[in-house]
Design a protein around this ligand. Structure first.
Ligand SMILES: [Fe+2]
Ligand SMILES: [Fe+2]
Length: 170
């Protein structure tokens, strides 16, 4: 009788070792995205000037803690899959859109940058979720929960942007 080791072992089965390696790479990218987001969000909670920026900055400050938690979760999952969490020398920055604006009162620049970062995360996590289908439901479950957080962040900042758009300032 043939034993279905694939369904019995899933992500840890011998025949899935190649695919597990690919998943680890996707998780490493997610890990770096979270780390870079933390860097960008910290700078963008400190730099902005102006009364109206306060609300946005306060909200971004709360997100930093969540993004840091996400980075931890991705790192822990990499280890559980027998991968190694990369060292800082492997890091490459990508968030060109979240660099400090020319004028530090330009909070719309920050809002748009946050939306772009969240969009990028949502897109990459969607890829992981689909990659995990019938393969690693534990990672899939984790990433679905994280993706929901990013959707929440995006929605919040879209609300901020809407306010500026209504006033013709965005
Ligand atoms: Fe995140
Ligand atoms: Fe986020």
């Amino acid at each position: 009788m043939a034993v279905d080791t694939k369904s019995a072992m899933g992500v840890f089965s011998e025949e899935n070792s190649q695919k597990r390696e690919e998943l680890i790479e996707l998780l490493k990218k997610a890990y770096w995205m979270e780390i870079e987001t933390v860097m960008s969000y910290i700078a963008n909670t400190i730099n902005p000037d102006g009364v109206r920026a306060r609300e946005v900055v306060e909200s971004l400050g709360k997100d930093i803690q969540e993004e840091l938690g996400h980075a931890h979760q991705f790192g822990e999952r990499i280890k559980e899959l027998y991968g190694v969490v990369p060292g800082s020398m492997e890091f490459t920055a990508e968030q060109t859109y979240l660099q400090p604006p020319e004028h530090q009162t330009d909070i719309v620049h920050v809002i748009r940058g946050v939306i772009e970062a969240e969009d990028g995360a949502i897109e990459h996590y969607q890829r992981i979720i689909e990659f995990c289908d019938d393969f690693d439901l534990v990672t899939q479950d984790m990433v679905i929960t994280i993706q929901r957080d990013e959707q929440g962040h995006k929605r919040l900042f879209e609300g901020f942007l809407r306010e500026y758009e209504v006033e013709g300032k965005a």
